[in-house]
Each structure stands twice: as structure tokens, then as C-alpha cells.
Ligand binder design. Structure first.
Ligand code: AMP
Length: 375
């Protein structure tokens, strides 16, 4: 399945290519066709599943298609519970919409409204907002919602947890009754369903399993090691376990370069990919790895997102990620599609807190390998 199969238009496909994304995630595969048909959605999906693109891409496409005939004013409203999420969503619209020339503005509380109001005055197609500031600027007369055709309520469960229910109840009646509504929540608790039933019309339900449950097929192990011994340990493990096709994760770009260089010095074919490398260099490295001309691909998390290699047998965490969910995404690169995979992680004393968070998220203790020379 590719993004073209989902009938996305060229400008979006090329923006995705620029990001290095080739294959839609499960939530994108499910949601994009439904949104393009104009239907409402109840989506059960957490952050990290690619849900932002699942609504941003089709909304951009729909807005682009009816650009000539639409009323003036805000045509898509995205509500998010936090400033961080609002900014993240905004970044997604910017990147995916880079070839379309639709305007978007992001508003949230806790900062002066001056720049936000100035941006609104220039005219907006897509507004990304937190509920409090949105109501505030509506009351001051800077925002009208009468032209909204697409309404997204993102992380509805967190909205309710944070006490935004009354704000949301005030915002909904200001929206045109004839609109498309996309409702996303990590849970389907009764109070969530109650809200969803109130604002959705004949919705299609889409769901993807939370990230933490994808780890069952992967055999995971931990190697405790001193920082200065990690590179020796990596070579030891590659040799002892006869691993000749592996994705190795580092936390930093420099770290990735160093590991790849060190392996090459020892005659092991390795390449690093990260954000400082050109798109061409990244594609070449990836192709070399897929064609098995390169044995070890060393990647940072950001660079690894677009990597989709079939039947990856091994993943090694040379460094543990600071965010536990990232660990799950990393090891999810192995053991794909029902195959079992192996994930090894190197952990220093400094990284112990990360390991603790990871164990908590995946709800199990990872087996420790004691029998290695750098223990
Ligand atoms: P989200 O769940 O929307 O927060 O997305 C999680 C991360 O996955 C973000 O960094 C996205 O940029 C990235 N992402 C979204 N769609 C894809 C895709 N189809 N392939 C690879 N990465 C993606």
C-alpha cells in the first residue's frame, strides 16, 4: 500500500516523499479514504500512530479541491488540548501542505494574542486552536466559525481530562450543522462516547491498537555496559549472533556517524542516516541496506521514520531513547507482519531511568544478558 493508492493528489505525494514517507500507517490507510468521501470518523488512535497525517492529508486535499467555490473564512478547525499538540499539528499542515498555498494559523493561550490576531486578520483557511484561546478570540470578534466545513477534535480523552468539556460544548453550536467532524481519542470510555455521539453524524469507526501491544512478537534483551565499551560490545554481538542485517539506533546524529565509521574501520559495511544527510544520501544508504550491500544501517529516530524494510530480523538500540514510546516504535521495525524479531538494547547506568520507563510502558521486565565480555 502506498500513498498514491489512497488517491492522494500529486502535491501531497511529493510533500510526503520529501519527508521520506512512502507507506501510509494503518490509521492512515483506514481513515484517509473515509475522510476524502466526506464522512465523519470516530478514530481510536494514540499519538505515534500517524493520526495527524490521517486527518491533515485528506483535509488539505478536500480544501484544495473546492478552493474556487468555498465561502471566505476558516474552512477547517482543529481543536487540540495543549499548545504542544497544536504546534505539532500545525507543523504537519505546514509540511504536507507546502505545495498547496493554503493558509493556516495556530492559536493557544499563555502567550500574548497580538501576533495570533495579526495572523488571523490576513485570512485563514485552517485554524489550529486550543479551546480556551479560541473562545476568547471568538468573544473579542476576531474569529467566526460560520464557514467551517471540517472540524477535528483531537485527543478528545485528554480534552475531557483537562476539563475542557464546557468549552467544547460552547464551541460546537457555533459551527455550521452541515460539516464533517473527525473525532480522535485514545480511549472509548463512556463519557467520550457520549460526547462523540452528540457531535458525529453516522460516523465510520476506525481503530488501531496502542503502540505498547505491538511488542509481543519481538524477543527483547538488555545488555548492561559502560559507555566506552558500547562500540566493542556492538561488534561482539554482531559477530557472536552472526547478525548481517541490522538497524542500529543512536540518539544523536554524531553518534550515528561515529558508530558507522567505527564499524567500517573493522570491515563491517555500515552507513549512517540522519537529518543532516541529503535526501539523496539517505535514499542511497537505504537502498544499499535493502539490497543487502550494507549490513548495518545506523539511524537516529527522526531519520528512521520513513524506513520500511521487510522482514528486518534484528534491531539494536545502541542508545536507549529518552521517550519510552520511541523504544516501541524502534523495535516495531522488526518482527513485522507476524514474523518474530529480535531487539537488543545497550544500557549504561545513565540510561537506567529510560529503561525503567520502557519497562513500565510495555508492562514487562526485559531479559538481561549477563554473559558478555563487557558486562
Ligand atoms: P502522530 O501520531 O501523528 O503524532 O505521528 C507520529 C510520527 O510519525 C510523526 O513524527 C509523523 O511525522 C510520523 N509519520 C506520520 N505518518 C508517517 C508515515 N506514513 N510514515 C512514516 N512516518 C510517519
Amino acid at each position: 500500500m502506498t500513498f498514491s493508492n489512497l488517491k492522494l493528489i500529486k502535491p501531497l505525494i511529493s510533500a510526503l516523499e520529501k519527508k521520506g514517507y512512502t507507506d501510509p500507517t494503518p490509521i492512515q490507510q483506514q481513515a484517509i479514504p473515509i475522510v476524502l468521501q466526506g464522512r465523519d470518523i470516530f478514530g481510536c488512535a494514540q499519538t505515534g500512530t500517524g493520526k495527524t497525517a490521517a486527518f491533515a492529508l485528506p483535509i488539505l486535499q478536500l480544501l484544495d479541491a473546492k478552493r474556487a467555490t468555498s465561502k471566505k473564512g476558516i474552512k477547517a478547525l482543529i481543536l487540540a488540548p495543549t499548545r504542544e499538540l497544536a504546534l505539532q499539528i500545525s507543523e504537519n499542515f505546514k509540511e504536507y501542505g507546502t505545495n498547496l498555498g493554503l493558509s493556516h494559523v495556530t492559536i493557544f493561550g499563555g502567550v500574548s494574542q497580538f501576533h495570533q490576531v495579526a495572523a488571523l486578520k490576513k485570512g485563514v483557511d485552517i485554524l489550529i486552536a486550543t479551546p480556551g484561546r479560541l473562545l476568547d478570540l471568538i468573544q473579542q470578534g476576531f474569529i467566526k466559525l460560520n464557514a467551517v466545513e471540517h472540524f477535528v477534535l483531537d485527543e478528545a480523552d485528554r480534552m475531557l481530562d483537562m476539563g475542557f468539556i464546557n468549552d467544547i460544548k460552547r464551541i460546537i453550536p457555533m459551527l455550521p450543522a452541515k460539516r464533517q467532524t473527525l473525532f480522535f481519542s485514545a480511549t472509548a470510555a463512556p463519557d467520550i462516547m457520549k460526547l462523540a455521539n452528540k457531535i458525529l453524524v453516522n460516523p465510520e469507526h476506525v481503530a488501531v491498537t496502542p503502540v505498547s501491544s505491538t511488542t509481543t512478537l519481538v524477543k527483547q534483551s538488555i545488555y548492561y555496559v559502560k559507555k566506552e565499551d558500547k562500540r566493542m560490545l556492538l561488534k561482539f554481538v554482531l559477530k557472536q549472533e552472526k547478525i548481517n542485517h541490522v538497524l542500529v539506533f543512536t540518539r544523536t546524529k554524531r553518534g550515528a556517524d561515529k558508530v558507522a565509521k567505527d564499524l567500517n574501520k573493522d570491515g563491517i559495511k555500515a552507513e549512517a542516516i540522519h537529518g543532516d544527510k541529503s535526501q539523496g544520501a539517505r535514499e542511497r544508504a537505504l537502498k544499499g541496506f535493502k539490497d543487502r550491500k550494507i549490513n548495518v544501517l545506523v539511524a537516529t529516530d527522526v531519520a528512521s521514520r520513513g524506513i520500511d524494510v521487510d522482514k528486518l530480523s534484528h534491531v539494536i538500540n545502541f542508545e536507549l531513547p529518552e521517550v519510552a514510546e520511541t523504544y516501541v516504535h524502534r523495535i516495531g521495525r522488526t518482527g513485522r507482519a507476524g514474523e518474530s524479531g529480535i531487539a537488543m538494547s545497550f544500557c549504561t547506568r545513565d540510561e537506567m531511568p529510560y529503561l525503567k520507563e520502557i519497562s513500565k510502558l510495555i508492562n514487562k521486565n526485559i531479559e538481561v544478558v549477563k554473559s558478555h565480555p563487557y558486562s
